[in-house]
Ligand binder design. Structure first.
Ligand code: PEP
Ligand code: MG
Length: 875
């Protein structure tokens, strides 16, 4: 027979799927002897059973009752007992953490009689009746859908009537009136009396938790976080402990390390004399955990002790919920804490040093997305900024955008690409969509663990919370702070790293990377098998690539150099030239410029290989646009019809027409141009070798390699290799220099992969140009597909993924594998890499690792990501 319910003593961390994260954590803490109030967990399987049937089966009910009875025995309390009532909390907990998504009910078991029992027991009527009114409110709202605001209205009414400013002033007598009004409200909305039978309360609450698995905000959260819909949630029934029993009681959350910076120090917040969700809800601004040391030193030490045990036990930073009841600490939850990218890196590095985790584990503790976040912009420290307010730095990074107060509007405008900053008093789980599409989030209330803070950190969106000096006026869509009025659509900048709110847009700079960031990536380097190089075309890019740890350049696209303003006219003259001599003449002007380019790049990459690709695009790409030429010619003809300029333009137009192709991407480009106009590659090769010779003479260690683009037939490879090799040899002989300059090819047409064994006989290396290889394998134009059919394909799952972003393993990937096997068979020393966009995509990197490539090459900014992705697939 299936078992649907587990006491905390029966479960463990291993049973996370069955017991949910919270249940598994409570069981595990119980198992290792930490102070957890007694309770039990109804499994996720029971939730699935409920979803199937639409009601809770008798079997599950019976089993729940048995465990309830055991709980009564253990606590020596009884459900609904007017002398000594057992009160419980009912809390959801899915196998994957979904903060704030599911609902919690506290103080369940209270009724008109039990409340008297609680009063007697605690000698505190105010407390007992306050607990009861909270229960009715929570139960009414969460289980029966009675609007939360209506309860709040009643409460405010009674506070005002009696001249009370805060909830704590409410007396027992007034609370009784509140309860009577709450019950009336409950009856009006539900048509029934508030249930007095604790069993009825319990099963209605359990059912509400099961149902909440499918409420819209839970579904949105799962969608945004790619959590499967069929996991289900468990339900935890836990004996209540009270953080609101007076000033020796409290409730709070704590992290074993700082989740924002990673610093190894207990971090968190608590509220004295408060219950349950008060901290997370961000309604009262809580105290820093350090203060607990002064307020309740013994309990603080106990918390420290527990935190230590938990961190060592789980070998990860923990996020804990706790309650202090009359000085005694109870743990209500533990889980691996969400953290910023910066903290993730520091914690991983520190834990390796502390011997808590292995290097292999460390590289799995930081995601490539987090590394990406760290490479994001921050406010230029030199910029003059006008700080108008300061809040808590809840999620790092800076963002500018238009102020929007309405969550729905933020979602709509953000979705179409507008930069908006969402400004709210606080956020709730309903606001997820608007948050996800904002560039930044600013709230005026709440602490570092408020909903906005937790969610923004998870999403990697800059966020400031608790900016209390800001006075919001949602009705008039403005806020006022220190005499400044900010209206909807005004631009502000928020700095989630410092907590500064700044008026207007602010210059941003690329991030400085911390020492730990370097250390972390060095750990990744030790573990990875794939090499990581960068695609870089200029000395600046080469420098950045080195600073991010690239081990050379895997693709230097030389054509980009011809597009610079001082070179383009010469290039154009070369293209319209009619004889090889004329072409050579123009090329000779470009040669010193090219040599200088190569010299600088090779110098920047001293000692590391630099793969220089000879000219690749079709020549017409360098000529002015045809329409523009036609217009210019027309204009010139009207003024002066015999000028040199006019003639030149006319020749350009003629040439452009000659070169125009219906299908330029599979046209006259790459090695085809190199073969028809050998002068071009000649010049480039000379420039490369000359640059290397000069550097060598100056004592550097240049390592250029020459790469031929778009080879599809061995004869192309052979012909060009012979030409290039001869120039290299002649030049080196002339200079009396001994230097190895390898010659290889891009593999970017299917025929090259399929005949890799032939081509490899003439190639020292292969580099997969997966951009073109994807284009030519699918016969999708890489320049047009995104703007035409591809979005539809992706939306309707005709394709799972954009093949230009993530390698198509089945098709393009198969060609890669074939090329590797054939190529290495023919030439065992063949070096093989990839230099298409896929070289910086973690999922594709995984594939290249398994395909046996030697390295990946990607944009300098993605080099750290590639280093980590390559390590993650190796461990
Ligand atoms: C490629 O085709 O993958 C490649 C790297 O070359 P390019 O993007 O310059 O065509
Ligand atoms: Mg290409």
């Amino acid at each position: 027979m299936a078992k649907w319910v587990y006491d905390f003593e029966e479960g463990s961390e291993q049973m996370r799927n069955l017991l949910g994260g919270k249940g598994a954590g409570l069981s595990e803490m119980t198992r290792i002897g930490l102070p957890v109030p007694p309770g039990f967990t109804i499994t996720t399987e029971a939730c699935k059973d409920y979803q199937k049937r639409g009601y809770i089966s008798e079997e599950i009910k019976q089993e729940t009752l048995e465990h309830l009875r055991k709980l009564e025995e253990k606590t020596a309390k009884k459900f609904g007992d007017p002398e000594n009532p057992l009160l419980v909390s009912v809390r959801s907990g899915a196998p994957v953490s979904m903060p704030g998504m599911m609902d919690t009910i506290l103080n369940l078991g209270l009724n008109d009689e039990a409340v008297e029992g609680l009063k007697k027991l605690t000698q505190n009527g105010r407390f007992a009746y306050d607990s009861y009114r909270r229960f009715i409110q929570m139960f009414g709202d969460v289980v029966m859908g009675v609007p939360h605001e209506e309860f709040e209205k009643i409460l405010s009414y009674h506070k005002e009537k009696n001249g009370f400013k805060s909830d704590v002033e409410l007396t027992e007598e007034v609370l009784k009136e509140v309860i009577a009004d709450y019950k009336k409200l409950y009856r009006e909305h539900t048509g029934k009396d508030f249930p007095q039978d604790p069993m009825e309360q319990l099963f209605l609450a359990i059912e509400a938790v099961f149902k909440s698995w499918n409420n819209p905000r839970a579904i949105t959260y799962r969608m945004l976080n790619k959590i499967p819909d069929d996991l289900g949630t468990a339900v935890n029934i836990v004996m209540m402990v009270f953080g609101n029993m007076g000033n020796d009681s409290a409730t709070g959350v704590a992290f074993t390390r700082n989740p924002s910076t990673g610093e190894k120090k207990l971090y968190g917040e608590y509220l004295v004399n408060a219950q349950g969700e008060d901290v997370v809800a961000g309604i009262r601004t809580p105290k820093q955990i350090d203060e607990l040391k002064n307020e309740m030193p013994e309990t603080y030490n106990e918390l420290l002790r527990v935190a230590n045990i938990l961190e060592h036990h789980y070998r990860d930073m923990q996020d804990m919920e706790f309650t202090i009841e009359r000085g005694k600490l109870y743990m209500l939850q533990t889980r691996s804490g969400k953290r910023t990218a910066r903290a993730a890196v520091k914690i991983a590095v520190d834990m390796v040093k502390e011997g808590l985790i292995t290097k292999e584990e460390a590289v799995l503790r930081v995601s490539t997305e987090q590394i990406d976040q760290l490479l994001h912009k921050m406010i230029d420290p030199k910029a003059e900024v006008k700080v108008i307010a300061k809040g808590l730095p809840a999620s790092p990074g800076a963002a500018s955008g238009k102020v929007v107060f309405d969550v729905k509007e933020a979602a709509q405008r953000g979705k179409i690409g507008e930069a908006v900053i969402l400004v709210r008093p606080e956020t709730t789980p309903e606001d997820l969509e608007g948050m996800a599409h904002s560039q930044g989030i600013l709230t005026t209330r709440g602490g570092m663990t408020a909903h906005a803070a937790v969610v923004a950190r998870g999403m990697g969106i800059p966020c400031i919370v608790g900016a209390e000096s800001i006075k919001l006026d949602l009705e008039n869509k403005t806020f006022v702070v220190n005499g400044v009025t900010v209206r909807e659509n005004d631009i502000i900048t928020i700095d989630g790293t410092t907590g500064n709110v700044i008026l207007g847009e602010v210059p941003m700079v690329e991030p400085e990377l911390s020492g730990e960031f370097e250390e972390f990536l060095k750990i990744a380097d030790e573990l990875r098998k794939l090499g990581v190089k960068a695609n870089a075309n200029t000395p600046e890019e080469a420098r950045r690539a080195r600073s991010y740890g690239a081990e050379g350049i895997g693709l230097c696209r030389t054509e980009r150099m011809f597009l610079q303003p001082d070179r383009l006219p010469v290039m154009q003259d070369m293209i319209i030239a009619e004889t090889p001599e004329e072409r050579r003449e123009h090329l000779s002007k470009l040669e010193p410029l090219q040599k200088k380019d190569f010299y600088e790049i090779l110098k920047e990459m001293d000692g590391f290989p630099v793969i220089i690709r000879l000219l690749d695009p079709p020549l017409h790409e360098f000529l002015p646009q045809r329409e523009r030429l036609e217009k210019e010619i027309e204009e010139l003809r009207q003024t002066d019809f015999d000028s040199e300029l006019l003639k030149k333009k006319e020749r350009q137009l003629k040439r452009s027409k000659e070169l125009s192709e219906f299908n330029p991407m599979i046209g006259f480009r790459g090695c085809r141009v190199g073969i028809i106009y050998p002068e071009i590659y000649e010049m480039q090769t000379q420039a490369i070798v000359d640059a290397a010779i000069q550097l060598k003479k100056e004592g550097f260690n240049p390592k250029p390699k020459i790469m031929l683009p778009l080879i599809g037939h061995v004869n192309e490879m052979r012909t060009l290799r012979e030409k290039v090799e001869k120039i290299v040899k002649d030049k080196l002989n002339e200079a009396g220099m001994n230097l190895k300059i390898e010659i290889g090819t891009m593999v970017e047409v299917p025929r090259a992969a399929l005949t890799a064994d032939q081509i490899a006989q003439y190639a020292d290396f292969f580099s997969y140009g997966t951009n073109d290889l994807t284009q030519t394998t699918f016969a999708y134009s890489r320049d047009d597909a995104e703007g035409t059919f591809l979005p539809y394909y992706l939306e309707h799952k005709i394709l799972e993924k954009d093949p230009f972003m993530t390698i198509d393993r089945d098709g393009v990937g198969k060609l890669v594998r074939i090329g590797v096997v054939l190529g290495r068979h023919a030439n065992p020393s063949l070096e093989i890499g990839v230099c298409g966009e896929h070289g910086g995509d973690p999922e594709s990197i995984e594939f290249f690792h398994y395909a046996g490539l030697d390295y990946v090459s990607c944009s300098p900014f993605r080099v750290p990501i590639a280093r980590l992705a390559a390590a993650q697939v190796s461990v």
